[in-house]
Write a protein that binds this ligand. Structure first.
Ligand SMILES: *Cc1c(COP(=O)(O)O)cnc(C)c1O
Ligand code: SF4
Length: 349
């Protein structure tokens, strides 16, 4: 870990402290967020909030429209009573991930890639999150678990790519990331590092000089997959953060979830792709909602999803059209939706 220390410049100290302060000072209850937006407290549901607390950085809340309870950014984070309505087929572990968990903190579902749960912490709590019921406390990656992980990767040289996920791996401080990275870089079998993170979107100051230096000096090429669902999530600060990552040689992709009342129309998704391109990010996946308990009010039918996808194809260059996929337990990869899926029963049809 000493070996890497020189690449974290002293000057990064200020930025570093700043994003961590912003992370600590974000909204942590619905009442204060609603008050700040000029909305009455009755728009939130306290039982839903008790089950999965609200968490929103100020930098993200600033992009919400004031006094609009239907704002698509607010809708993604606000605990609401509909989360408590029972919905058949919407369960705690829809992806059956506990069965693909060879070690604590490791998911191995797809050939050549292993996904690491690096932390349970996120900067923002998304109501539709498929991991909202995941037992994070058991999944922290440090100490003995890190040693066990390195041994597992040594025993599985067919794994070419490690995906840092969570939670959100960029909630970890640069020094911790540097220590983890040093262990991964020492494994000759690895060819890439992937990071799944929402932080460049919800807290763009996280992209500080220390992080950019880690990317620039890494033996492993970085692929950073951000997560934005609506064009208004990509403001000038996000564009600036992504451009700095791009300039540091990081490949940038975006994944979205298709969400009713947020982005379930072709106009919104086309505008999102254009904004992403401005930020040097290409759309990667558009996920059909996982049937996670508490998220049924976000569902979009397969038929509607396919119609939206067809409209997107008709108006955008192919590279700006995300792949519309669903996750199916046991499948060897994320499954692209195709018109025959009309015949697949889904909970909403
Ligand atoms: C989504 C996912 C991946 C990555 O899949 P790609 O199609 O390569 O993006 C890897 N592991 C797990 C467990 C996943 O859920
Ligand atoms: S893991 Fe991603 S989708 Fe889930 S709450 Fe965290 S940031 Fe949101």
């Amino acid at each position: 870990m000493k070996k890497r220390a020189h690449i974290i410049p002293r000057s990064a100290g200020h930025d570093h402290a700043d994003w961590q302060r912003q992370l600590a000072e974000g909204f942590r209850d619905a009442r204060s967020l609603l008050a700040w937006l000029g909305l009455p407290a009755r728009w939130a549901d306290s039982a839903a909030e008790a089950a999965f607390p609200l968490r929103v950085p100020l930098a993200y809340a600033r992009r919400m429209r004031r006094r609009d309870p239907a704002d698509p950014l607010l809708r993604q984070v606000l605990p609401c009573a509909r989360e408590r309505e029972p919905a058949p087929g919407f369960v705690a572990d829809p992806l059956e991930e506990r069965g693909a968990n060879p070690l604590p903190g490791l998911l191995h579902k797809y050939a050549g890639r292993a996904l690491l749960v690096t932390t349970g912490a996120c900067a923002v709590h998304c109501r539709y999150c498929f991991r909202r019921h995941f037992p994070y406390a058991e999944q922290r990656l440090d100490g003995d678990r890190l040693e066990a992980l390195v041994r597992w990767l040594q025993d599985h040289p067919e794994i070419r790519e490690v995906i840092l996920s969570g939670g959100d791996p960029l909630t970890l401080a640069n020094a911790r990331l540097a220590r983890l990275l040093a262990r991964l870089e020492a494994l000759p079998s690895l060819a890439r590092l992937r990071i799944h993170t929402r932080l460049p979107v919800v807290l763009p100051d996280r992209v500080d000089d220390g992080l950019l230096d880690l990317a620039r000096h890494s033996r492993l090429p970085w692929v950073l997959v951000i997560h934005a669902n609506h064009p208004r999530e990509i403001d000038a600060h996000v564009i600036d953060a992504c451009r700095r990552l791009d300039a540091a040689g990081v490949r940038l992709l975006n994944q979205s979830v298709l969400l009713a009342g947020v982005n379930d129309d072709a106009e919104t998704l086309a505008a999102l792709s254009e904004r992403l391109f401005d930020a040097r990010v290409l759309p990667y996946y558009l996920h059909l909602l996982d049937p996670v308990a508490g998220a049924a009010h976000f569902r979009v039918s397969t038929r509607t999803a396919l119609a939206i996808q067809a409209r997107l194809r008709a108006r955008l260059p192919g590279y700006l059209v995300p792949r519309l996929v669903r996750e199916t337990p046991g499948a060897p990869a994320k499954v692209p939706l195709s018109p025959v899926d009309k015949d697949v029963p889904s909970p909403d049809e």
